[in-house]
Write a protein that binds this ligand. Structure first.
Ligand code: SAM
Ligand code: SF4
Length: 327
């Protein structure tokens, strides 16, 4: 029988979201405060050797999928080198990347060559002034990055749009047209009360049921599936290849099928985006434990995985920002 990590609720954990940095070159208002600089010190970052070791052990425990995230993963120097080391680990079948795309124009080709198979990119608006207001950054760089990723042959490219009331909800149809034009997949996300920044966006929360109902008036939406689709529920726009995913942690949570844990840049293993259960791996790695002991610690850590988040009932639970955990 192949090895596997199973939590107390019978969920098989076979997916690690790996935050390679908590830094970012943008400041999306729902994620990180404007001007924020209080980042993890470099001595606390797991080195590439440490990351490779932890992921190798996860692979031996049945993990098949890794996603590089952050913060902005491309802010970490030599990310492609890390990617190629992880892609060649036994058992790791799928290595993907979540990025804000600002640096993709420079790195798309080397990331593809390194073995990244799929890219998810954040894009909440197609208007430069709004982009600036939401992220403090420049839209052009992101669009250039997306086109470079397309030219480098990444497929699918999934666009993640956090839909917010009175901020960008009026651009949902434009984003559908944009994704049809470029053959991207589109995913809508509900704002989550993670950190003060996430909670401050609570008044911009809009249920994706509302978004879906209004889209259905304009487009013919057919039920669909998507390989590696995670928690998103998909539809296809009739007459086009476009698939649209709805990620609804608040209006319809998906915790019963959760298959993931998150490893932060400082070596903390977080069991749930919406809870505080965690396990410190860095001190163990730096005191020279054996692979067998590391396996036991990871297995023990999985025991802590909570049944579900409580974003609706206890929105004050998580004080860390999304960028610290690795969204
Ligand atoms: N920097 C990369 C990016 O933006 O794609 C990767 C990390 S980012 C934390 C991952 C995802 O988390 C992005 O799609 C972002 O929109 C989402 N996110 C961050 N804060 C959020 C919040 N409070 N509610 C919902 N989604 C959030
Ligand atoms: Fe940076 Fe991504 Fe957070 Fe935006 S959502 S501030 S791009 S980490």
């Amino acid at each position: 029988m192949s090895p596997s990590l199973t939590d107390r609720f019978g969920r098989r954990i076979e997916y690690v979201r790996l935050s390679v940095t908590d830094r970012c070159d943008l400041r999306c208002h729902y994620c990180m405060p404007k001007g924020f600089k209080d980042f993890e010190t470099p001595e606390h970052w797991l080195s590439f050797d440490e990351i490779e070791r932890v992921i190798r052990i996860f692979g031996e425990l049945g993990t098949r999928r890794i996603r590089l995230t952050g913060g902005e993963p491309l802010v970490r120097k030599d990310l492609s080198e890390l990617a190629s080391r992880l892609a060649s680990l036994p058992g790791i079948e799928d290595l993907s990347l979540s990025t804000n795309a600002t640096r993709l124009a420079r790195h798309a080709i080397e990331l593809k060559q390194a073995g990244i198979s799929r890219i998810n990119a954040s894009l909440d608006t197609l208007r430069a002034d709004r982009f600036k207001a939401i992220t403090q950054g420049k839209l052009d760089k992101v669009l250039d990055g997306l086109m470079a990723a397309k030219a480098a042959g990444f497929h699918p490219i999934k666009i993640n749009m956090v839909v917010m009331k009175d901020v960008n909800e009026d651009e949902v149809e434009d984003m559908v047209e944009f994704c049809i034009e470029h053959n991207f997949t589109l995913r809508f996300i509900e704002t989550m009360p993670v950190g003060d920044t996430g909670r401050s966006a609570t008044d911009q929360f809009i249920s994706l049921n509302t978004v879906k109902t209004s889209l259905a008036k304009k487009f013919d939406l057919l039920p669909a599936t998507m390989p590696g689709g995670g928690p998103a529920r998909y539809v296809q726009v009739a007459g086009t290849p476009l698939r649209i995913g709805f990620i609804t942690p608040l209006s319809q949570h998906f915790c019963d099928t959760c298959n993931r844990v998150r490893l932060a840049v400082d070596g903390t293993l977080y069991m749930c985006l919406g809870q505080n259960e965690s396990y410190e791996l860095r001190p163990l790695l730096r005191t020279g434990i054996s692979d067998e002991e590391l396996k036991q610690h990871i297995t023990q850590a999985i025991e802590l995985k909570p049944e579900r988040h409580e974003f609706n009932e206890k929105p004050e639970t998580v004080i860390r920002f999304m960028s610290m955990t690795g969204g």
